[in-house]
Ligand binder design. Structure first.
Ligand code: NAD
Ligand code: GLY
Length: 369
């Protein structure tokens, strides 16, 4: 098992990464669990696959899980689901000093985290991430949110978990497409800040995608350590350091919006193609060599992720895609900061990007190939 600390003044916690953590759940969570009953939130898919292990682990320690099971999918990050969940937590007598367990991907983690941020002005929660994306990104760092009719993640709070248990065994039941989408976020850490880790991914990415335990533990721990450093330095994304984690997200968000935030393009797939576009746009502006930009595209392509915008068969203009970006929550006093690359492993925040230039670049990409 790898253990990565997230160092935050008075709110430090551990991210434990390994196999069999769910089998040992109640013991892993001691002494955070104060009562015989443990509230656990999961979506229906995760509940189907993993409730048995959790029930057994709780029983061993004489604890009783109280399950809140919701349908799977992004639509559950809603006001109505938040209201239902908080009412359920209140009905189950959850107090400030208690911990709620969030077993699932980013949807369950973000929703449960936000419910815990506002319940009685803040109760504890433990993240039990079951997607690769959640293990390397969303379960760590305390961003919690629901969506509003205006856009994704627009209503939320920073609320750190007390513990994260990333059981790599849970990835055995994760669909391959979701595994690849999460792997885009793994590559992201290399591309934005660690050229050696990017090379490691070029060599070991296939093993991670095949769920080789050793490759997974090494890769996930490296990502979490990178994220922990960023979060410790810029917890609330005010200095520009945490903003670098949005590499690929501005382009990706526009692609996701054009796809109607549907299954046509998963979030991680949008980020993957978004990173290719960010690299190529960096090359176009003269920051990065064209060969390094294509190295990014090759790594994305090798993982079975989309690397060409033309493959999405969008019937739209670059101007329309650029228009989607203006709804990005990172808009700051009328300008949109872009995460661009000086090199693989050296991202920076560009605040002088002209949207018409982005639109022209996207037109070129839409017409390529
Ligand atoms: P998700 O939670 O919807 O999970 C993806 C799918 O996999 C779902 O159908 C789910 O039921 C299924 N699933 C999950 N674990 C499984 C398992 N072990 N076996 C079988 N099926 C399983 O999606 P996600 O990709 O994990 O997360 C996306 C969400 O995360 C988005 O809402 C995004 O906004 C959010 N996010 C948050 C942060 C953050 O910092 N808080 C960062 C990145 C993304
Ligand atoms: N997923 C980006 C962040 O946590 O800041």
């Amino acid at each position: 098992m790898a253990v990565v600390p997230v160092e935050l003044d008075g709110r430090s916690y551990e991210v434990r990464i390994g196999t069999g953590l769910l089998d040992n759940l109640a013991a892993q969570c001691e002494p955070l669990l104060r009562k015989p009953q443990i509230p656990i939130v999961a979506d229906a898919n995760v509940h189907e696959h993993w409730a048995g292990s959790v029930d057994k682990a709780c029983k061993t320690l004489g604890r009783k899980p109280a399950w809140y099971v919701l349908p799977s999918g992004e639509a559950e990050k809603s006001w109505s689901r938040l209201e239902h969940l908080t009412d359920w937590l209140l009905a189950h007598g959850v107090e400030r000093g208690d911990h709620v367990l969030a077993l699932g991907g980013g949807v369950v983690g973000d929703l449960t985290g936000f419910a815990c941020a506002i319940l009685k002005r803040g109760c504890g929660f433990i993240q039990l991430p079951t997607t690769l994306l959640a293990q390397v990104d969303s379960s760590v760092g305390g961003k919690t949110a629901i969506n509003s009719s205006t856009g994704k993640n627009l209503v939320g709070a920073f609320h750190q978990p007390s513990l994260v248990l990333a059981d790599l065994g849970t990835l055995d039941t994760l669909p391959d497409r979701e595994m690849r989408a999460g792997y885009a976020e793994v590559l992201k850490y290399g591309i934005l800040g660690d050229a050696d880790f990017f090379s490691w991914c070029e060599n070991h990415g296939t093993a991670m995608l095949k769920r080789d335990t050793h490759a997974l533990e090494t890769g996930v721990a490296a990502c979490v350590a990178a994220k922990a450093r960023v979060v410790a330095e810029d917890e609330r994304e005010t200095s520009g350091v945490r903003a670098l984690l949005n590499l690929g997200h501005t382009f990706g968000h526009a692609l996701e919006a054009e796809a109607g935030f549907s299954d046509k393009l998963l979030h991680g797939e949008g980020v993957a193609l978004g990173m290719v576009l960010a690299a190529r746009y960096s090359a176009r502006r003269g920051h990065l060599s064209a060969s390094e930009a294509e190295r990014v595209a090759l790594a994305i392509d090798a993982a079975g992720l989309p690397s060409e915008i033309s493959a999405l068969e969008f019937d739209c203009s670059g101007q329309k895609l650029a228009g989607h970006m203006l709804h990005d929550k990172k808009m700051d006093a009328g300008t949109l900061p872009f995460v661009l690359l000086r090199n693989i492993g050296a991202a920076f925040l560009a605040r002088d990007v002209v949207m018409n230039d982005v639109a022209t670049f996207l037109d070129e990409q839409l017409q390529a190939h």
